[in-house]
Write a protein that binds this ligand. Sequence first.
Ligand SMILES: O=P(O)(O)OC[C@H]1O[C@H](OP(=O)(O)OP(=O)(O)O)[C@H](O)[C@@H]1O
Length: 226
Amino acid sequence: MTAATANGNHAIEDPVVVKTQAVSPPVDESTLFEELYQMKCFRTGEFYLKSGQMTPIYIDLRRIMSSPRVLRMAAQAMCDKVVAKNIKFDYVVGVPYAALPLATLVSDILNVPMLMKRKEAKAYGTKQLIEGVYQPGGTVLLVEDVVTSGESIRETAEAIRKENLKVMDAIAVLDRQQGATANLAEDDLNFLSFLTMEGILDGLITKNEMTEDRKQQIIEHLAKPF
Ligand SMILES: O=P(O)(O)OC[C@H]1O[C@H](OP(=O)(O)OP(=O)(O)O)[C@H](O)[C@@H]1O
């Protein structure tokens, strides 16, 4: 039996069971770096971010959806971290759009239901911004691919909280280390990532794609305010 909720969804009678056991061997940082490198996810040059800031290094994790194996590895890496930190949640939500395939796999690996937050509500149908079946009061884990300022996570958390769901934690494959942790803490969001920009730059040095001096220049550039 189900009960109607405020959002018109029907609550699931049985409580959600969070299976906090990852199913594959743990993924380590250097292995994932190597896979992302092989998939040409790291590009140096002149690129512009959502914030409008120019960046000398662009990290495009949208490419990994083209490899189910690497996509799953990245999702598994986040699951390992979430399990290690003993984070409890009832639903997984990907920050649209790039993180949606990752969130789908996190949901599958941990056997936790997924919800989907739209970038914009549709003007027809149910017009809901949050899709899926949920009970108000449930807790959401946010999943991101790459985080710069954390603004996309913050916007997603805001929309979810308006639906009387709780959000306390967000996890990303990669943190560009440009202030997201502090920015999100202001919104009571605990932010974790599996890889960091510094780790990527170090990896590119080992590949002879970058010098230590260039790494320092890039870090200084990225430390500038948006
Ligand atoms: O931390 P932030 O400063 O918000 O930047 C990170 C966001 O930017 C990218 O998404 P983008 O806006 O390019 O959209 P997409 O996911 O639809 O590609 C990325 O996938 C993150 O969601």
